[in-house]
Write a protein that binds this ligand. Structure first.
Ligand SMILES: [Zn+2]
Length: 289
């Protein structure tokens, strides 16, 4: 598939996933059969985001075959998406277990398989009344599907009402962030500052897969939005570009949270930009050792 078509289709699939509407579901099902692995991956992820909106049975039936996809990232995103459907994805547990036991499976795929399995199993236990889960925001008892969906997307437990409110706040904030991204890297990623552009282009030149400004992650109850995430290494990169006392206080807090959560973080500062080969290259290498 030519690059422009692939970029257009995957951006379309992403938009449908964020639409919170079932209208684009059939179209997304079609994209799951695309010849492009990127389009299949984004479509799978988008279907997961529509959990609670589209028919869970049909969604699971669409996602299950992608667990056998030839591309690891498609398998990874299919597993993540399935977990959002909780008990409806119970049948996927056996497949996930086999994938997890397969020595040829990539480590980063296994990590996603494991978290997906935990969410689905816990949703099943909630249904079977073995476990009671309470909304962390308003305290009501949640249903298994509420449990699975909120764990998948917020790593927290929310009832549907609190899920929707939290999701809306987050979407508004993401729109604001999107507006600030105006600089384009070599490979076409839009970033917010010249420093981030240099870091992104260094990663691109070294063929390191990255996600820029990924989804919010909750670490120890705080919302963290990493600048760069390297999925194949499970490493975060933060570029700390400012020098005000307030910014620095936030920086120390965030660095601390990464450490407490046992996440691998590379911190970069303005002075590092002139020698990224030496500094970023060495820091990444040290983390792989
Ligand atoms: Zn609630």
């Amino acid at each position: 598939m030519i690059y422009a078509t692939e970029a257009k289709l995957s951006s379309r699939a992403k938009t449908l996933g964020e639409s919170a509407s079932a209208a684009g579901f059939a179209e997304l099902q079609g994209y799951c059969a695309s010849e492009s692995p990127l389009v299949r991956r984004v479509a799978a992820s988008a279907i997961g985001k529509l959990a609670g909106v589209v028919s869970a049975k049909e969604a699971v039936a669409t996602l299950m075959p992608l667990l056998g996809d030839g591309h690891p990232q498609v398998r990874q995103y299919a597993a993540k998406a399935l977990s959002a459907f909780g008990v409806e994805a119970e049948a996927a547990l056996l497949v996930l277990r086999d994938m997890y036991r397969n020595p040829a499976e990539k480590d980063y795929v296994k990590r996603s398989i494991k978290s997906a399995g935990v969410i689905i199993k816990e949703a099943v236990a909630t249904r079977d009344k073995a476990v009671v889960h309470i909304c962390s925001r308003c305290g009501v008892r949640v249903q298994p599907d509420e449990y699975a969906r909120s764990q998948r997307f917020f790593q927290r437990i929310f009832c549907d009402a609190c899920f929707d409110e939290t999701a809306t706040t987050r979407r508004n904030w993401e729109t604001k962030v999107e507006d600030k991204k105006t600089l384009k890297t070599l490979k076409g990623t839009l970033v917010q500052s010249a420093g981030e552009k240099q870091v992104a282009e260094w990663l691109e030149r070294n063929n390191i897969v990255y996600r820029y400004d990924g989804r919010l992650k909750i670490i120890e109850g705080f919302q963290i939005r990493p600048d760069f995430y390297l999925p194949e290494r499970d490493v975060y990169i933060e570029y700390w570009g400012m020098d005000t006392p307030r910014y620095k206080a936030g920086m120390y807090l965030k660095q601390d949270l990464y450490m407490q959560a046992g996440k691998k973080l590379v911190s970069l500062y303005p002075a590092d930009l002139a020698k990224l080969d030496a500094i970023l290259g060495a820091k990444l290498e040290a983390l792989q050792a």
